[in-house]
Design a protein around this ligand. Structure first.
Ligand SMILES: NC(=O)c1ccc[n+]([C@@H]2O[C@H](COP(=O)([O-])OP(=O)(O)OC[C@H]3O[C@@H](n4cnc5c(N)ncnc54)[C@H](OP(=O)(O)O)[C@@H]3O)[C@@H](O)[C@H]2O)c1
Length: 321
């Protein structure tokens, strides 16, 4: 079967012919119908991710069909363990070191599959898993988001960020967003965000405070020097959940502001099996449709990687197998 593997650090995944995996008793063989790209896949090709195994098939997200024609989505969080508070030391994300979804078939433990929500196409379902569970845990398990609260989602063009926006709106919250692109801000507003701010504009926090008076929850993946701007717009008791650090180390934080305003800084990563199940139910209950920026054939995988690297996307980049 066709599969795209990490062959060498600094190289995009290479097409390799592998045999169709043999399944163990507790596994299902799925013929993958679609997969999707996460920023993690870019970090892996650059060698900037732990646990890289050369020649493993890449790809964390996927949707596939079993021999009976049932469509499943795959939970990419392997071996979370029994503690809902944090993952076990052998937790891994599907797609390096374990063989992932950028292939024609996958053998996957039955405990990591759920039936595809019926309102989603296979392409939409493949866009959901990793980014969806990360957004769900950040909002509801870590930041304990309450109906009616004001939420800021930074960098709205990102896959996780967009799910966070959709989930918070569905939960009855007022959502504000930032982006490096005014076109992305307009798109977010057309999808229900109340307002958008360009994070490169030095006045953005001042403008947000004047317009909305502050926020209760912030979801961020950038960190870096811009993180101190996020603290400025926090209401007393605010929670900031962050799942990435694409802009580097957090600096310039004023401890007095943090403790006086009772602000919580919450690191968060993906989600447990329970988080995944609850996220899929939430998506089903609210009939949420993942936002797809572009669909490529699996053989056009490199185009998807190039597109994400230039950060032009608004939504997920999906591969049709
Ligand atoms: N811990 C976890 O479980 C977990 C899970 C998923 C992702 N992540 C990490 O989170 C990050 C995003 O992942 P993704 O898959 O959503 O990537 P993505 O789709 O490529 O999104 C990256 C987004 O970052 C935003 N961004 C860039 N510079 C920014 C800045 N200065 N301030 C605020 N936002 C900025 C951009 O938003 P605009 O285009 O709107 O400017 C861009 O769309 C990556 O570093 C990834 O490794 C971690």
């Amino acid at each position: 079967m066709k599969s795209y593997c990490i062959h060498q650090i600094g190289q995009l995944p290479q097409k390799v012919n592998k045999s169709i995996p043999t399944v163990k008793d507790d596994e299902l063989l799925l013929k993958l119908s679609a997969s999707s790209l996460n920023h993690r896949d870019i970090w892996i090709t650059k060698g900037l991710y732990p646990g890289i195994k050369i020649d493993a098939t890449m790809g964390a997200d996927g949707c596939g069909q079993d021999e009976n024609g049932q469509d499943y989505i795959i939970n990419p969080g392997l071996e979370w363990g029994n503690n809902e508070a944090y993952q076990a030391s052998n937790f891994r994300v599907l797609g390096v070191p374990d063989d992932g979804t950028f292939a024609e078939y996958i053998a996957i433990n039955k405990k990591y599959v759920l039936q595809k929500p019926s309102h989603l196409s296979t392409l939409q379902a493949a866009a959901l898993p990793l980014a969806g569970v990360t957004a769900f845990r950040a909002l509801f398990k870590r930041a304990n988001l309450q109906k009616g609260e004001k939420v800021l989602i930074s960098g709205i063009g990102g896959g996780v960020a967009l799910f966070a926006m959709q989930f918070a709106i569905a939960h009855g919250c007022e959502v504000l967003v930032t982006s490096g692109s005014s076109i992305k801000l307009e798109k977010a507003i057309s999808l229900g965000a109340k307002a958008g701010y360009l994070y490169h504009d030095v006045e953005w926090t001042k403008n947000l405070l004047a317009d909305f008076g502050g926020v209760d929850v912030i979801i961020d993946s950038a960190a870096g020097s811009g993180f101190q701007q996020l603290v400025k717009i926090c209401n007393p008791g605010a929670r900031i959940a962050f799942y990435g650090g694409s802009q580097g180390k957090i600096d310039g934080l004023n401890p007095q502001t943090l403790f006086w305003k009772q602000i919580s800084l919450l690191g968060t990563t993906m989600g447990s099996d329970l988080d995944f199940k609850e996220m899929v139910s939430f998506v089903q209950q609210h009939q949420i449709i993942p936002i797809i920026h572009s669909v490529y054939a699996l053989d056009e995988l490199h185009q998807g990687f190039h597109y994400m690297e230039t950060a032009q996307q608004f939504g997920k980049i999906v591969f049709e197998h």
